[in-house]
Design a protein around this ligand. Structure first.
Ligand code: SF4
Length: 333
């Protein structure tokens, strides 16, 4: 196969779906249904036209043992021909890199945290870590190919490797780091080791995303502080500053623990930026995701117009300076 120059020239259309928000899911339905006239025209001309749906929507549907979700996807997207679960894609397909500067490398998929509002553990499944050596090998390959920066990706990179360690598989004699919480060992992780191995390759910048504050170990902070080429910009999701809300969200840290983590990072790396001081914040309007704990037990009782008003207020409050900076950067015509 080769990449088609336009949608009209394509014989296969592959749509990678997201369902983190309801609006993302609705866009997929709209997109597939908008393809119907093109599909009919192509088929009438004797051409092939196959619509393939993959990503989170199919991930969740294939995990639903009742088969109802897959049935619903088929009903709402009658023009789609194939629904491929995420697991069939895996980690091992050679990446098609479009960014010329940064190599994006997946290190894990799925999440075990089950925050009450989040659909990811249902769409992506439980956390699966990619083999340590495969990641380092891909990073080395990207570096040899001229990439200066690398971004390690996972739903919660900080817990990378816990499944590998718990399954008793040894990774080059690496001693797992135990993330501690309230004085207790929580989960073993290999992430500090992985970060070090990738940093030693020689990239000018090594960064990672996403990073749950709950799993940010002392050893991880020390490892980052040790290597100057590991990012000093941390995207650490706050979620709420209210302990009762954090508890309802099943986020097992308190507002004070978040602040302590921030202070600890700043103590060891005074130059660090953490998104708590809001140079820029990603703010989303809540949508009730089917299958989650919140969907079943916590009513979504805030009208959309109120949510929208609050979103605008927060965006203005937090991001207006950032937008101004961006506008000032744009070259005048
Ligand atoms: S840690 Fe992130 S991906 Fe995992 S359940 Fe919570 S919000 Fe979702």
């Amino acid at each position: 196969m080769k990449k088609a120059s336009s949608l009209e020239d394509a014989n296969y259309v592959v749509i990678t779906t997201c369902m983190i928000k309801e609006s993302a899911e609705n866009r997929v339905y709209g997109m597939v249904n908008n393809l119907i006239p093109l599909k009919e025209k192509k088929l009438a001309n004797g051409e092939e036209f196959t619509i393939v749906i993959t990503g989170c929507m199919t991930g969740m549907a294939h995990r639903d043992k009742t088969g109802k979700m897959l049935k619903e996807l088929k009903r709402r997207m009658p023009a789609a021909d194939q629904f491929i679960p995420l697991e069939e894609i895996g980690f091992e397909l050679a990446p098609l890199r479009q960014d010329k500067e940064t190599a994006y490398i997946p290190i894990s998929n799925g999440c075990n945290n089950f925050c009450t509002y989040c659909v990811v553990p249902y769409t992506r499944g439980r956390e699966v870590s990619r083999a340590f050596d495969d990641i380092v090998h891909e990073a080395q390959h990207a570096f040899d190919g001229g990439y200066k920066k690398v971004l390690l990706l996972g739903q919660n990179v900080n817990s990378y490797g816990s499944d590998i360690v718990l399954a008793g598989k040894k990774q080059q004699e690496l001693k797992p780091v135990y993330v501690k919480h309230l004085g207790k060992s929580r989960i073993p992780t290999l992430f500090p080791h992985l970060l070090e191995a990738v940093a030693q390759i020689g990239f000018t910048e090594v960064s990672f995303m996403s990073s749950n504050p709950w799993d940010f170990s002392e050893e991880l902070i020390d490892m980052i502080a040790k290597h100057k080429n590991i990012t000093r910009t941390f995207h650490l999701a706050v979620q709420s500053g209210d302990d009762a809300v954090l508890k309802r969200m099943n986020r097992w840290y308190t507002a004070q623990e978040y602040v302590d983590l921030y202070n600890n990072i700043k103590k060891k790396m005074p130059e660090a930026h953490v998104t708590i001081h809001f140079d820029k914040a990603y703010i989303s309007i809540y949508s009730n995701r089917r299958g989650t704990h919140a969907y079943k037990y916590i009513p979504d009782d805030i009208p959309h117009v109120v949510k929208d008003k609050r979103w605008k207020m927060l965006d203005k409050l937090v991001n207006s300076q950032y937008y101004e900076k961006m506008r000032a950067r744009k070259p005048s015509k």
